[in-house]
Design a protein around this ligand. Sequence first.
Ligand code: ZN
Length: 271
Amino acid sequence: MNKKAWGILFGLVFLNLVSWAVVLHFSHNYLEVVFFDVGQGDAIFIETPFKHQILIDGGPDRERIIEKLVEEMPFWDRTIDLIVLTHLEEDHITGLLQVLKEYEVKNVLWSGLGENEEWEILLKEEGARILRGSRLSASDVFFEILNPLSGESENMNDSSIVLKMTYGNNSFLFTGDISSRKENEVAVDVDVLKVAHHGSKYSTSSEFLEKTSPRVAVIQVGKNSYGHPTEEVLTRLENFGIKTLRNDIVGDVKIVSDGRNLKIITKKKDI
Ligand SMILES: [Zn+2]
């Protein structure tokens, strides 16, 4: 090898080391939350700084959730640490059924309320641990389960699992499809709010927005015949000066936290 070739090789090795240093640095500091654009439904992928992977709901389409996961996860990684099913409605559970078929799921959090035969069969086959309790943690990311607190079934939407997630000084509230009545019981101060029930006017009251005071709100919504998101909710969010992102307009919404600051990334532009 001549001098020039050695120089190029050294340069490549050096670049490789630099890129690994960047990867390692990145992987140890950031929490990533991706609100997938899966049409009319919810699907939220969380990767903790120590690479724990969590999926909250799977959206209404079996193929689409897999496509989204393939984009976010390395191809060799076929394991998800935790899936959360907020409630049994089609626009939340359908994608999770396919995820259970295609991935190894270690833990499942769901309320146990309601019935879905395929879900029950797949859970049995999977042999995943069913989590109970009111608190969870994945290394330095903490979850509080705010709803449902009793085992009693109200209406299906109000039985949604509501999670507050905290990393350092940053916090997120995942609300499933709860209505304003339930929101009043679970209101806590957060930075990022997953708007409940795709922007239905029966959720996201002004009172709730005052108590939660989010800086950012994400509406998981696609084409639908319900009029979601409603003008009422969009106006309330605007009145509080909350930066609002809709999956039907900006596509996937990724929010990256270092425990102090939030960075919002969409395919269209960084905000
Ligand atoms: Zn829904």
